[in-house]
Design a protein around this ligand. Structure first.
Ligand code: NAD
Length: 260
């Protein structure tokens, strides 16, 4: 379905991004993976995508804190793979702390990685998409683009911000064959969630087991974590022709969270 297309997925060395990169490759797209991590592990991840799906996969080490590296990532993808047809702005980090104790550097990094990086990559990728008259931009937002939770001021602000960016860009390119959507998962079991459990326990004065049961899954009526495969499958659907009228939408995959 996606043969002859190229997908760039930021933050795809683990978690949701990696599942998206693999799902696009399974549909025949060439992919650019990006993110932090151990060089040997990243190379193994990259090679596995090529071997498993018979597509080209290149790695970009672009740091989502650095606008020039983001622009270069898009430029290199166009030069080496011919185009950027699908862009998934997915890189993200979290920090959990009461707002009056929230470290300023953490606020700045979360806004830069979870929100501003999507502006830079979108800005760089759109001219090529416009020229070809086809594009898909998928921003990994969160249920926290729709509702808030305490102690996550920067994350919730960034995710609400990306919802606004999504709607604005969707309107700007609506007549040009390009859709722009935000996908909003509830809790997905990935390193990002695992790492916030100790700080959440500290901020709320409860045990780590209680965090899982009484904080994370409390919000999810299904009482199950969303899986990375479910999120990736939805991202692939947004790249089909069937989904071409879905644009500017903030789309929950939230196990019933925001129905409450
Ligand atoms: P993850 O920690 O598994 O993956 C995050 C990715 O971002 C990694 O590849 C990491 O290397 C990359 N990254 C972090 N900082 C970076 C930087 N400066 N430059 C480049 N890459 C960087 O987490 P995940 O849960 O898969 O999260 C992916 C996205 O999904 C995030 O935007 C997150 O906010 C969102 N999300 C996650 C959940 C969840 O419950 N896991 C729920 C809703 C939304």
């Amino acid at each position: 379905m996606l043969a002859n297309k190229t997908a760039v997925v930021t933050g795809s060395t683990s978690g949701i991004g990696l599942a998206c990169a693999r799902a696009f490759a399974e549909e025949g797209a060439n992919v650019v993976i990006n993110g932090l991590g151990d060089a040997d592990e990243i190379e193994a991840t990259r090679a596995a995508i090529e071997n498993d799906f018979g597509v080209r996969c290149i790695y970009s080490a672009a740091n989502m804190l650095k606008p020039d590296e983001i622009a270069t990532m898009i430029q290199n993808a166009e030069n080496e793979l011919g185009s950027v047809d699908i862009l998934v702005n997915n890189a993200g980090i979290q920090h959990v702390s009461p707002v009056d104790e929230f470290p300023i550097d953490k606020w700045d990094a979360i806004i830069a990685i979870n929100l501003t990086s999507a502006f830079h990559s979108t800005r760089a990728a759109l001219p090529g998409m416009k020229k070809r008259g086809w594009g898909r931009i998928i921003n990994t937002a969160s249920a926290h683009a729709l509702v808030a939770s305490p102690y996550k001021a920067a994350y919730v602000a960034a995710k609400h911000g990306i919802a606004g960016l999504t709607k604005t860009v969707a309107l700007e390119v609506a007549e040009q064959g390009i859709t722009v959507n935000a996908i909003c998962p509830a809790y997905v079991w990935t390193p990002l969630v695992e790492k916030q459990i100790p700080d959440t326990a500290k901020a709320r004065g409860i045990t780590e087991e209680e965090v899982k049961r009484d904080v994370l899954l409390k919000a999810q009526p299904t009482k199950k974590f969303v899986t990375v495969e479910q999120v990736a499958g939805f991202a692939v659907f947004l790249c089909t022709d069937t989904a071409s009228s879905i644009t500017g939408s903030i789309l929950p995959i939230d196990a019933g969270w925001t129905a409450q």
